[in-house]
Design a protein around this ligand. Sequence first.
Ligand SMILES: Cc1cc2nc3c(=O)[nH]c(=O)nc-3n(C[C@H](O)[C@H](O)[C@H](O)COP(=O)(O)OP(=O)(O)OC[C@H]3O[C@@H](n4cnc5c(N)ncnc54)[C@H](O)[C@@H]3O)c2cc1C
Length: 483
Amino acid sequence: MGTTPALLDRLTALLGAGAVSVDEAAFRELPPDLTEIPSRDPDVVVRATTVAQIQSLLRLANETRTPVTPVITNTNVGGLAIPTHGGIVLDLRGMNRILEINADDLYAVIEPGVSWGQLKEALEKEHPELRFAYSLSPPETSIVANHLMDGLSNLSLRHGATGQWINAIEAVLPTGELMRAGSAAWSSSWCSRSPMPDLVGLFVNFHGTTGIVTKMAVQLWPNPKFRRRVFVLAYRYAEGYRFLRRLVRAELCDDIGGLSWPLGKMLFGDPHPVYHDPAEPVLFCYLDISAHFEREFQARLETLEELLAAERREGARFDGPLDIAELVSVEPGFQKFAEFPTRLDFLLDHPGGGLTWIGTYGPFSQMDRGVEAGAQIMERHGFPPAIVSRPMRGGHFAVLRLLAIFDRKNAAEVERVAAMNRELVDAVLPMGFLPYKTPAWVLDRHGASIDPVFRRLVGTIQTAMDPNGILNPGRWLKSPPRK
Ligand SMILES: Cc1cc2nc3c(=O)[nH]c(=O)nc-3n(C[C@H](O)[C@H](O)[C@H](O)COP(=O)(O)OP(=O)(O)OC[C@H]3O[C@@H](n4cnc5c(N)ncnc54)[C@H](O)[C@@H]3O)c2cc1C
């Protein structure tokens, strides 16, 4: 798919010469995909900052059957913003205004380019009594893109995946029409998704195939006065996960994460952990505990100690709880877990530059099996078993994320990591762990096992909203544009 001079002329007339680029230098300025998935350049990059620009861009793309792939910082780790069929990459980084912080009704209305770091700064300055939740993605990445991908953050144990926290949205449809969903479709308040038919869901987990979201209301929460983050170190996976399952049911924590030993060692400053000394812990359990009142807070901390004591009486071995604030004074690497959003530099700033994972949501009851199977496969392929696990929404489901860093310039290593990822999906999918931010290759490989009526309905919805198939083709089994 190329672009004709006539199309470029019309794009330039609509958006201005400064917003349209076809040169190699502009392609290199786009944030690169981090994964092993084969990348490709767009034919043209367009930078939009207003809703009207996006509407006229999509009308033109629709008329000329030109693919459009929206992107913000391209850190989705699923190849979801690769312009698989060429055409236009729509860079939305410049559309980054916080339009409203409604402290009374606990929400913020933001544009797609607003980052975690930006919203945090605004809240700290203007509304320290409120907090937002933060993912482990770099501070400059997009909140809207994350919520559209139904991501996970440090309040997901309490509130679930981030797609569930969207109150309302505004989106430009591929035809150029502008629509609102949630309470904003009927009211000036962006306070709720209920009681409207839930058309917000038309944009969640559709990976940009149904519309370009231009505004989103995300939920805020009261900022608790008391907060402590600790690590508890477990020496056997089975003991570690049994403890975490019990902890989830005690409803003590805002956030619980289980990091396997290579990630623990990376935090301690070892960039390439390959050897596990049996005397070292296998699971670094990260716990975030908060409360609005001191007595409640003390009771939570005491209950944690009691639960650990009970585990120890059953013969389990744990170290901790180790206060992260104190750990930072011994090992500055722990600063990365002292406050969010954070930059996990050991995953991003290494010479090879590649980061990939099989990130899944599945049953917490199957976590031990998933971790064990995943670790074996990763070690067989020569990668340290770097694994993140996280219970979500009160333990109703959980994250299992098997991650690897690799050298993107080394073709053999790229193929090795791709083969490992295929094997990992093949192993954990039958256990119920469904890949989130689902890469196209996973759907090509395993899409046949999705309920056929569901699959057909997804296609019907995509076609109804995007009759010419211009938006992010290749994602969620979507075909290239119809000529
Ligand atoms: C080290 C690291 C840690 C991470 N940790 C987490 C984590 O803890 N939790 C988590 O959930 N994620 C995590 N991520 C993934 C990712 O960084 C976040 O989800 C991030 O917020 C995504 O923002 P982005 O700007 O990179 O999105 P992009 O990759 O630019 O876009 C993501 C998808 O949204 C589509 N899209 C973009 N804008 C729009 C729009 N306006 N309308 C419709 N579709 C659109 C794109 O086409 C693409 O399909 C992590 C990534 C890294 C590298």
